[in-house]
Structures are given as C-alpha cells and as structure tokens.
Design a protein around this ligand. Structure first.
Ligand code: IPM
Ligand code: MG
Length: 353
C-alpha cells in the first residue's frame, strides 16, 4: 500500500508528523506500507511555483491513498488566484475524481463540555455528512469577474449533472445502509433549479435502497436544525458548497474542529484523507495543534481504502483511550484535564496503540 504524504502548510507538517508516527507503528507491526512525502499548497508554490506541483500530482495518482495536512497561509493571500494554496487542494480533488467527501461529526462523551451547545443536545451525537466534492458552484462554468454595463460583476455557475448527483447518492445511501438507515438530502429546491434536479435524482436512486428512509430539507432549515437538535440526523447528503458550510457548523457540535477527520473517495475507494480543519497559521510551529483529526483520518484510510476494519478500530480505540486518560491539546482542554502538546498527544496515541 502506497501512501502519498502531503503535509502542506501551517500546522500541516506538525499534525501529519504525528499521524506518520502511528503509521510507523503499524509498519513495525508488519503492515506493508510505503510512504512518500511531497509538497502541496503554499509549500508546493515555494518548492515549484505551483500549489499542486506536477511531481506531487503524479505521486498522488500512483498512490493507493493520500494523507493530507492542511493548506494556506497569510503569506500566500496576495498571489494570483490560480497560484493560491486552496487551488492546489481543489485541483487534486478534481484530478483524482474524489467526488464523495465523508465528514463524520462524532462526540466523545468526555468532550461534551467542550461543545458550545448544552451537553444534553450533543451527547451521543454520531452524524455523517456526505458532501459532493467535485461539482457545484466550485467548478461550474462560466465563472469570472468582468465589466458589464460599466461596472464589475462577479459570477459563478451552480451546476450538477444527473450522473454527478447519482454517483454521490449511491455512496450516501450505501453509508446510510451501514448506519441508521436514515438519509437526509439537503438542498434549496424552493429556489434553485440545480437543487430541484438534485432532489429528483435522490428520489430516483432511493428506489434502489428501500430500507433507507430518505428525507429532504432546505439548507437554511438544515443549518438551524443542526444547532437546534442535531441528533435527529444520521446521514446527510448535500452538494459541494452547502456541505462546506454545514460541515463546519457540524464540527463545532463535537467540541472542536480539531477532532474531525475526513475522507474523499473516488469510484474505486481510492481516497484522500485529511482533517477538516485548516492550516491554523496563528498556532503553527508552536507544537500546540491537535493531531487527533489527522490520526483519525488514518483510521478512515484503513476503513475505506484498505478495507481493514480491525486496524481502523485499533486506531480509533487508541484515540478514545488517550481522551479517556484526560489528555487534551489546548483546543479541547477544560479544567481538570491535562494539557499536552501536539507531539505529546501523538506519543500518547502511539503508546496506547
Ligand atoms: C474545506 C475547505 C476548502 C473548501 C477550501 C480550503 C478550499 O473549506 O475543505 O472545507 O472550501 O472545500
Ligand atoms: Mg470548508
């Protein structure tokens, strides 16, 4: 199994280093994995003048799975749009056809007090958001900024083909089947034709999954319901931009965005795995970041790409154990728990493995 390791920018290298320690343990236990590192994002721009250098893309193409840290930083904000770190991330998603983005939001009982919501609203939360990742207004053409009638206008195109909706629908129904058999499709069909089609295709695909209860919700209501009563949801499926926004909201239900992993999968379960948080330039280089989302992303890699559920469970179990032991990085620290650094947290997970 070949893993392309792309640490990226900001806290990316620090958190990825902890996940690599975990992979090293698995390797010394006999797992046949090979890792190779390459730059992406701002680091790609610094190394090769491109946020997704050709060599990085070919490494990622040749790999079975990609482990990514985070991209972006203030020093790159003034670059031309195509050279910005985020473009590297969007391009690798598109180039590798990673259309299904799985973003779980799971609350560890010990972290209930780290959530900004009341413990009774979030305790026991276990939600999976399936976000379409390679279409929508993120990639639709035409797009641009131009002069019309003597003033600048900016425009993007929200666009989904039925085949794009259908393939992510199948992924989402498949996941719902393995979970609580409840799928909520989120769109804005009261206003947008694009959403109207989305909803129609979801209903068509639902015929193949009679055991799954499909419901529909407008995105504004879904944002409200996620904060009001998040436990009503089991699996959600939505388009790229709605999923971007809702998954950030969902992440805070679980106390910290620093806890949540993600998987981005293609048709063959090849995947890119990354924490859902960003590069956190404010704490980068200080050994303060929470590496657990990245380590849990390795667990997802084992679950979805390597189909090795025992190892996935082992990694998740090790993380649960350090949480239960009371170890906390700053983002999830509360009175009475032990504050540790990024590398100490990594070491603790390795020990509990
Ligand atoms: C995410 C991020 C990215 C996105 C940015 C960095 C391009 O917010 O992965 O959610 O919008 O998809
Ligand atoms: Mg986002």
């Amino acid at each position: 199994m070949k893993i392309a390791v792309l640490p990226g920018d900001g806290i990316g290298p620090e958190i990825v280093a902890q996940a690599v320690k975990v992979l090293d343990v698995l390797k010394s236990d006999g797992a046949k994995i090979e890792m190779e590192t390459a730059p992406i994002g701002g680091a790609g721009y610094d190394a090769a003048g491109d946020p997704l250098p050709e060599a990085t893309l070919s490494l990622a193409r040749a790999a079975d799975a990609v482990l990514l840290g985070a991209v972006g930083g203030p020093q790159y904000d003034a670059l031309d749009r195509p050279l910005r770190p985020e473009r590297g991330l969007l391009r690798i998603r598109k180039e590798l056809n990673l259309f299904a983005n799985l973003r779980p939001a799971l609350l560890y009982p010990e972290l209930a007090s780290a959530s900004s919501l009341k413990p009774e609203v979030v305790s026991g939360l276990d939600l999976m958001i399936v976000r379409e990742l390679t279409g929508d207004v993120y990639f639709g053409q035409p797009r641009g900024i131009e002069i019309r009638n003597g003033e600048r206008v900016g425009f993007n195109t929200m666009l989904y083909s039925e085949s794009e909706v259908r393939r992510v629908a199948h992924v989402a129904f498949g996941i719902a089947m393995k979970r609580g058999k409840k799928l909520c499709s989120v769109e804005k069909a009261n206003v947008l034709e694009c959403s109207e089609l989305w909803k129609e295709v979801m209903i068509e695909v639902s015929k193949d999954y009679p055991e799954v209860a499909l419901s529909h919700m407008y995105v504004d209501n879904a944002a409200m319901q996620l904060i009001r009563a998040p436990k009503q949801f089991d699996t959600m499926v939505t388009g790229n931009i709605f999923g971007d926004i809702l998954s950030d909201a969902a992440s805070m239900l679980s106390g910290s965005i620093g806890m949540l992993p993600s998987a981005s999968l293609d048709q063959n379960n090849k995947g890119m795995y990354e924490p859902i948080h960003g590069s956190a330039p404010d704490i980068s280089g200080k050994n303060l970041a929470n590496p657990l989302a990245t380590i849990l992303s390795v667990a997802m890699m084992y679950r979805y790409t390597f189909a090795d559920l025992a190892t996935a469970d082992r990694i998740e179990g090790a993380v649960k154990k350090v949480i239960a032991q009371g170890l906390r990085t700053g983002d999830i620290w509360t009175e009475g728990t032990q504050k540790v650094s990024c590398s100490e947290m990594g070491d603790a997970v390795v020990k509990s493995l």
